[in-house]
Write a protein that binds this ligand. Structure first.
Ligand SMILES: C[S@@+](CC[C@H](N)C(=O)[O-])C[C@H]1O[C@@H](n2cnc3c(N)ncnc32)[C@H](O)[C@@H]1O
Length: 475
């Protein structure tokens, strides 16, 4: 097969997976069906197509697909495992057990083969044999979460299960699901999240992880009850609360600070690798450069970096300005920033509280990729204005939405701002405004459109007084 054809095929399969994860199973299956019809001897296509059919519990169609492939090529161990699952779903127990055993014989290193064989025996109510299969599988794959959970089920069916055999840690199931998700297989990821929930329905984090996964793919209605359950089990998890609040029509104007803190404390260690290298985030570079171009005497300028994170903006500006102060809500992000040694001072505060409590003024205030975590920013913009020296600049980035206001994106948990909203809150307060269109980052390979915004405080108080009048609507 030519490289171009292989690439096209991989792209089509990826597209089908994404459609599936977004809840459009029929469209996904139409793609894999067409691809498979075109090349029924292709093992990858047989695996993907039969896999999706099995997830949809269309066992007869999965069996037909695999038997058709078999007329072109011998079934690989992975396909044997799928065929065993199809037979099990059709209550063809003997064939399921035989095929599962064949899969294990061909590839004992494949966990799916052990599971297919053991579960076929479970379905035939041959629990003692299933127990032995799972135990043997565990010799090959010690501590594998699914095998352990299935062994537990086999023991419970025989009345042998007790607290000493019950398998509770679910970390590795969730880790495996996360790994599948990261490597672009959301179908396998969802199956594992659901398995984890099935085995641990009262575990709040498991429910929450499934709910967040569904949110990411825009399946809000499915996510809501899962997140509600997670929230009922642990009302104090800020991430669950944040995303649950985004499933309702009335969304909060701001996220809670604890959510932002939890998010970035967990993100700090790999923030730069993920955002800069992975998602091509270059706001600190372009925002800093465009700000320096606007400052009259950059070398004498003092800068406040709101939501400074790991210090990427500080790194860009430090050798070119007089001093930079940083503020961020996340302790772990600040630890990374501290190591760069570019900030004169660093403060662990919410930016609203910091500005409210601090009388100082700066020549420039930056906020790179921060307001997307703040929602409504009228008050921040006002405070920033008041903390700028006359003629000073506020420079920040936003992700863009249409309309007149700002909105929360339930799939990412971030906030988007419209140009109309930004103009409405900035124009009455600032003298000069500039909106520079920019790609803020890439999401799943797609550019996220936004603006770099530059707002200059008037050089004299006269204009500030005039804008006050403007904003009150008088004159
Ligand atoms: C995406 S990072 C950007 C970091 C940095 N500005 C940059 O461009 O690399 C967003 C940062 O804003 C911080 N942040 C978000 N909302 C905040 C708030 N209300 N108060 C303080 N920090 C906040 C987060 O903790 C995080 O470090």
């Amino acid at each position: 097969m030519s490289t171009t054809r292989k690439n096209n095929l991989a792209q089509s399969l990826q597209h089908a997976m994404t459609l599936w994860a977004r809840g459009d199973q029929d469209a996904a299956l139409a793609i894999t069906q067409a691809l498979f019809d075109d090349a029924p001897a292709n093992e990858q296509l047989a695996l993907n197509h039969s896999g999706l059919l099995l997830h949809k519990q269309n066992f007869a169609a999965a069996m037909a697909c695999l038997e058709r492939h078999q007329t072109h090529a011998a079934l690989s161990p992975a396909l044997l495992a799928n065929l065993a699952i199809a037979y099990r779903g059709l209550d063809q127990h003997d064939r399921a057990i035989e095929t599962g055993a064949q899969a294990v014989q061909a590839a004992p290193e494949k966990i799916s083969a052990w599971n297919a064989w053991g579960l076929a025996l479970m379905a035939a109510e041959r629990y003692d044999e299933a127990e032995n299969v799972f135990r043997e599988g565990l010799i090959q794959h010690p501590d594998h979460a699914l095998l352990k959970h299935h062994l537990n089920e086999a023991l419970e069916k025989q009345g042998k299960g007790d607290d000493s055999t019950r398998w509770s840690p679910i970390g590795s199931l969730l880790d495996d699901a996360h790994a599948f998700s990261k490597e672009g297989n959301p179908v396998a990821a969802e199956a594992l999240y659901r398995k984890a929930v099935h085995f641990n329905p009262e575990h709040p984090q498991t429910q929450s992880r499934l709910g967040l996964f569904l949110m990411r793919f825009g399946r809000i209605d499915e996510a809501r009850p899962v997140l509600e359950k997670a929230h009922a089990l642990n009302p104090r998890c800020p991430t669950t609360s944040h995303f649950l609040s985004l499933t309702y029509a009335e969304k909060p104007a701001r996220p809670n600070g604890a959510y932002i803190q939890q998010l970035f404390d967990g993100y700090a260690g790999h923030f730069e690798k993920h955002l800069v290298e992975g998602l091509k985030y270059d706001v600190p570079v372009v925002l800093s450069k465009a700000l320096l171009d606007r400052l009259d005497s950059p070398h004498q300028a003092s800068v406040l970096d709101l939501g400074c994170g790991t210090g990427l903006i500080g790194e860009q500006l430090r050798s070119l300005v007089a001093a930079i102060d940083g503020v961020d809500i996340s302790e772990k992000m600040l630890e990374e920033a501290k190591q760069k040694g570019v900030y004169q001072s660093l403060h662990q505060r919410d930016i609203r509280d910091f500005l409210n409590d601090n009388p100082a003024r700066w020549d420039a205030i930056t906020a790179g990729d921060v307001f997307i975590y703040c929602g409504e920013i009228d008050d921040i913009v006002q405070s920033a204005h008041d903390h700028l020296n006359q003629g000073g600049w506020l420079a920040f980035s936003v992700e863009l939405c249409g309309g007149e206001s700002y909105t929360a994106d339930p799939t990412t948990g971030r906030y988007l701002h419209s140009k109309a909203y930004l103009e409405r809150i900035l124009a009455p307060r600032f003298d000069q405004l500039a909106f520079e269109p920019a790609v803020i980052r890439y999401n799943g390979g797609e550019p996220v459109e936004g603006y770099l915004v530059f707002a200059q405080r008037a050089a004299s108080d006269g204009l500030a007084a005039r804008t006050d009048v403007d904003s009150s609507g008088v004159g």
